[in-house]
Design a binder for this molecule. Sequence first.
Ligand code: NDP
Length: 301
Amino acid sequence: MKILLLGKNGQVGWELQRALAPLGNLVALDRHSTADLSGDLADLEGLAATVRTLAPDVIVNAAAYTAVDKAESEPALARRINAEAPQVLAREAAALGAWLVHFSTDYVFDGSGTTPWTEEAPTRPLSVYGRTKREGESAILASGAHAMILRTSWVYATRGQNFAKTMLRLARERETLDVVADQVGAPTGADLIADVTSHILRHLFSQPGASQLSGIYNLAAAGETSWHRYAQFALSHAARQGQSFKVPAERIGAIGTEDYPLPAARPRNSRLDLAKLETTFNLKMPPWQQGVQRMLDEIQA
Ligand code: NDP
């Protein structure tokens, strides 16, 4: 199996380099790429040429414009990377008969209600980022390519910055710490996303008629929490590891979304229904706490 991975240095892309390696011949690119291969999603012609040159069996697109707040003032660039580039990838995949694996987001929803969103639930993005990601999904679905659109939420990785690390730092530095308590979702590890993606690809390439499985799937850890309870969980775990904080877990303040204004609106309900993913691919997604604990243990080690 020949795989082209785009966005190899992002949270998910980095883990995909590991998880996809045993599946076959993996060509992994970032935006800087090589002299003859462009991995820059803003360069639509270069991107199409890369796919034609490599003629992969699978394109995995882990690159995206993910600066949610900055996207509000850079809508054209966000649209190019999140909507136009996936459209090009889908067109090229369709021409080759290749699979396209693409990642999307809970931000395609308006966050109303408290029920987990199914893949068929109506989308109504609140932000430029969410709108451009939804446009990317629609373009892929309209292309006729064999495609896996994997919607995930609240992604973290051990490498680089993440929410839990930031909370631990702030709780050490500050006298008080307030965290949004009315947005609910499931923190999902980039390692879990990459492992499930690899499992899905194995499944697709071993099943006759797998092209019928094309479509959108929710891919997140199981369970739910708020940013406030997530912060408390991280601090409690770190305290059990022997770390000390100026603000202990039980003194983290709970605030509302309106108390922490940001340029881009966030959905309050980011719960994703996992039934379609679990049934189709015979999976049982682990509770979010498992991955977060593991990440904290790795950081501590
Ligand atoms: P990251 O921001 O960690 O990684 C995105 C990657 O895309 C970076 O390596 C970035 O490169 C790259 N990129 C940006 N612009 C370009 C470009 N023009 N050409 C090539 N590469 C580019 O994101 P995640 O790994 O967290 O996200 C993976 C997927 O999951 C995305 O589709 C995202 O929308 C989705 N998602 C993410 C969530 C989250 O909480 N992070 C939640 C839900 C969905 P560089 O570092 O050079 O800018």
